[in-house]
Design a protein around this ligand. Structure first.
Ligand code: FAD
Ligand code: NAP
Length: 546
């Protein structure tokens, strides 16, 4: 394997972030013989799985499919222990990959990138880090993660809380001991719903502050059967190839014949939903092609889950508060273990903080006030999500051609070509960026596809004597229109989800990811094999003048 160490702060490629995306980018660049340096704000690799150490955290794409495909030996050697791996196990996997490919020597930990400025004359980026150092790079790859900027709500009095306070996405490494304590948790998305049943097991009392009830489907997690693991490993190449033809790049082993819900006999529809409920997991909505296309079909599945909630939760008032209105899967579908059952425990209570209930007025030194009631707490957990998809990109002061700021280019929402590059920002790539399938597909598969596309593009540029690559404005406009048109054929844009930025006050409302992995990959491959239409290649001005 060829590899060049960065010299004097000058490299071919700067990678920002050492989650699964940044780690593979470093490895792939080394393989291509490019010098690379990666900056990571955390003290180790793993990204999501480094920061989200809250109790109950695990993946909800099966472990055997939520893992790298780029190295067959790695794929065969690593042994997963559960159907859905826990955060510690996934972090160990990331650390194993870092050890195995000796990645850490090109990663600077505890180092955040603050600025990246493009010098048009040199055709290079100057990247500044929070230690004051600068690095010059021809290319910058933003592997900063879609769900890595924690959203800590600005509730009056928040900083006055005297007990222990944490956000699930910035959870303390030493954990929190809940034994016998009065614990409050704000937020019932995927993170809250994973944490609540586990915290409830040891807390003295757990109070859940719920703004919006969520649809969640049982995971049916369990130990991974060694025979199943061996079988998958024997057929990995076929399974991965089949997954890549799946809408969300996972689950080909489970795909059922596709039907139309509104044309299916109600008894048959119900039998299929029962089957899917018992099987559990993220493919719950995948048997009927119209569930995510028409509200009428979607309501059939939503009603089915509402019924399950009423069957599970014994107190009818609590059940009613836990029952979501609206459409299922329109916000990210949640996958849980014993979530609704947890509300049958005597030490768990649910507070409705929606506009219909008693919204949070303030955090006090000893708890949370909702109207006239103060809920006294020893520990307060915020499971309030992330400034998704754009948050970590826009927290870096990125300035492209003519000093143009990314924050200005994206003032009305993110605009990209293929989710890979932005007009005005030559040689800057985003991995799983807005406008790519990103959070709507198995993210390790999406990451690998992006890393490989970028690596191939850099080879092409070198072979053709190009110094710079930049998306053309028309290509960006067409791509953004395409992303919206695809979304508009579905129910997705209709909900106040983080997919449209609705969870962050003031964020422009734009549906950010692209639906459909296979068609996207076909498009990327077509672009790469036809001399990159929609991109302009150039020479650095200084190089051209010589
Ligand atoms: P991340 O893992 O987010 O890594 C980005 C890294 O960049 C972070 O370590 C961050 O510190 C660093 N960084 C950001 N900005 C800077 C900066 N300015 N300077 C230096 N460093 C910086 N996806 C799935 O497909 N299946 C799942 O089951 C699944 N489960 C999830 C569970 C949780 C709790 C969460 C939060 C997300 C989950 N996801 C899942 C999505 C998950 O984020 C991706 O699967 C994947 O881990 C993302 O990898 P990444 O490298 O792109 O980003
Ligand atoms: P989330 O889905 O955005 O949920 C945040 C929760 O906090 C929501 O219930 C939200 O209520 C509430 N909230 C936000 N701001 C609030 C405020 N100011 N006051 C009161 N409540 C507030 O975030 P998340 O649960 O961290 O999940 C984010 C994404 O990460 C997931 O959708 C998923 O993609 C990924 N993830 C995956 C897994 C997994 O199982 N593999 C686990 C965790 C996370 P509203 O609904 O009313 O806004």
């Amino acid at each position: 394997m060829s590899h060049t160490q960065p010299v004097d702060g000058t490299v071919d490629v700067v990678v920002v972030g050492a989650g699964f995306a940044g780690m593979y980018m470093v490895h792939r660049m080394r393989q291509a013989g490019r010098s690379v340096i990666c900056f990571e704000g955390g003290t180790d690799v793993g990204g999501t799985w480094y920061w989200n150490r809250y109790p109950g955290c695990r993946c909800d794409v099966e472990s055997l499919e939520y893992s790298y495909d780029f190295d067959a030996d790695l794929q065969q050697d690593w042994v997963w222990t559960e159907k859905y791996a826990t955060q510690p196990e996934i972090l160990r996997y990331a650390q194993h990959v870092a050890d195995r490919f000796d990645l850490r020597r090109d990663i600077r930990f505890s180092t955040r990138v603050t600025d990246a400025v493009f010098d048009e004359g040199a055709g290079r980026w100057t990247v500044t880090t929070d230690d004051g150092a600068t690095t010059s790079a021809q290319f910058v790859v933003m592997a900063t993660g879609c769900l890595s900027s924690a959203n800590m709500p600005d509730i009056p009095g928040r900083d006055s809380f005297q007990g222990e306070l944490a956000h699930t996405g910035r959870y303390p490494k030493d954990g929190i001991d809940f034994t016998g304590k009065r614990v409050g948790i704000v937020g019932t998305g995927s993170s809250g719903i994973q944490a609540i049943p586990v915290i409830a097991r040891t807390a003295g009392h757990l109070t859940v502050f719920q703004r919006t009830a969520q649809f969640t489907i049982p995971a049916r997690n369990g130990p991974l059967d060694p025979a199943e693991q061996a079988e998958v490993k024997a057929n990995y190449a076929e399974i991965v190839a089949a997954n890549k033809r799946m809408f969300g790049a996972f689950g080909s082993r489970y795909q059922r014949p596709l039907r139309v819900a509104t044309e299916t006999d109600p008894a048959e529809f119900r039998a299929e939903m029962e089957y899917l409920w018992e099987r559990g997991g993220s493919l719950f909505l995948s048997s009927f092609r119209d569930l995510m296309r028409t509200p009428e079909a979607n309501q059939l599945a939503a009603d089915f889950v509402r019924e399950k909630i009423r069957e599970t939760v014994t107190d009818p008032e609590t059940a009613a508060r836990l029952t979501p209105d609206g459409l299922i899967g329109c916000k990210r579908l949640v996958i849980d273990t014993d979530y609704f059952e947890t509300y049958n425990r005597p030490n768990v209570s649910l507070v409705d903080i929606s506009a219909k209930g008693t919204p949070i007025t303030e955090v006090t030194p000893t708890g949370i006030r909702c109207g006239d009631t103060v809920h006294e707490l020893d520990v307060l957990i915020f499971a309030t999500g992330f400034d998704a998809m754009t948050g970590s990109l826009l927290r870096v002061d990125i300035r492209g051609r003519d000093g143009r700021r990314l924050t200005d280019s994206w003032e009305a929402g993110p605009v990209t070509y293929l989710g890979l590059n932005v007009n005005g920002f030559p040689n800057l790539f985003t991995i799983t960026g807005p406008g790519s399938p990103s959070v709507l597909a198995n993210m390790i598969v999406g990451t690998e596809q992006h890393v490989e596309w970028i690596a191939q593009c850099l080879d092409y540029m070198a072979a053709h004597g190009h110094d710079t690559i930049e998306a053309e404005p028309e290509a960006v406009d067409e791509w953004v229109a395409h992303v919206n048109a695809v979304a508009d054929r579905t129910i997705f844009p209709s909900c106040n989800s983080w997919y449209v930025g609705a969870n962050i006050p003031g964020k422009p409302r734009v549906f950010m990811p692209l639906l459909g992995f296979p068609a996207y990959v076909d498009k990327c491959n077509e672009v790469a094999s036809t001399d990159y239409p929609g991109f302009t290649f150039g020479r650095a001005r200084e190089a051209a003048a010589v």
